[in-house]
Design a protein around this ligand. Sequence first.
Ligand SMILES: *Cc1c(COP(=O)(O)O)cnc(C)c1O
Length: 398
Amino acid sequence: MPMSKQPVYYLDNNATTRVAPEVVEAMLPYLTEQWGNPSSAYTFGKKAGHAVAEAREKVAALINANPREIIFTSCGTESNNAAINSALTSQPGKRHVITTVVEHSANIQFGQTLEKRGCEVTWIPVDRAGQLDVHEIHEAIREDTAIVSVMLANNETGVIYPVEEIAAICRAKGVLFHTDAVQTPGKLKLDVKAMEVDFLSLSAHKLHAPKGIGMLYVRKGVSFQPYVMGGGQEQGRRGGTENVANMVAFGKAAEIAMASIEENLDRIRALRDRMEEGIISSIEGVTRNGAKEPRLANTSNLSFTNCEAEAILLLLDREGICASSGSACTTGSMAPSHVLTAMGLTPELAMSAVRLSLSKYSTDEEVDHLLAKMPEIVAKLRGTVPQTPTPKHQKIEQ
Ligand SMILES: *Cc1c(COP(=O)(O)O)cnc(C)c1O
């Protein structure tokens, strides 16, 4: 059956991104013709092995790492779990972990599980703007701290954290440092040598490649204990037969992101600002969640007073518009976002927050459609008359 042709106005790129056509093209041969096992000794298998090596080089180049420092994983979640797990298992005397209250659920859930297993976790808070105080991390580090894990940019608000500064503090204190950089490729320039982090996580599906492939950077010289054990794949650091096609796709997406970051970013930022300012100026009672800067150029998180985000999303969906309330992982659970709650928003204001996130494929038309529909949707839910674009004399159907 052909798929629905109803247009999709996709404003949820922090949840996942469209796979780039060039990426599909690059990976296809590894599903159709070159389906050998990279570990096999014969030429047919070795060809797949060469493709994996090339993909590893491209992903390494994206973050200025050495290919030997890259471990392919199944996703960003696994990469985060693997980094923290490794720090704990390679330093058996150290049972303390420091992370923040605004991390992705990958870290939140893993941290809570570690607490049940007898580890101690210090959860660093954030202020009203969603920013953390580096000094608090400095203060929290102890003799038995195994690792500090702080995300580079928040997936819900786009707020960027001072990871370079935090990494320097950890280095001075001899503590391992991990950063979840999943939201940042194509949006920030990444350089592990400049940042001097020990571990860094990425996920390909946030970068116009397929779901189910991620990577963990492990700095040369840092001890690594595998999280997934099996065959000797990934230099014995992550078992499981290589997902060759997805690795090739990740490599291609990394290459494209590196080549085009600057030209895309300026346009995305201008489009995001037009979208955000358009909503704020046409609807009363809209507030931005999170600092205006430093913030990812593609992300806007807005609260609509006296409106439930779930209701807004339902009405947006009827117009073909995809957006999200905070993180996709909490959608449907009807619990206010842990990120917005940590920033001190009331449950009501947190439940009225909508996240809009753009990509290089976002168009003026998509933003225009949103700006045309949003005022009447909010007015309908509030039982009021929209300010624009509907003229004042026009009756609103309830
Ligand atoms: C999406 C996301 C993840 C999880 O990545 P998966 O590949 O979906 O497991 C982790 N951290 C952040 C910040 C994310 O946005």
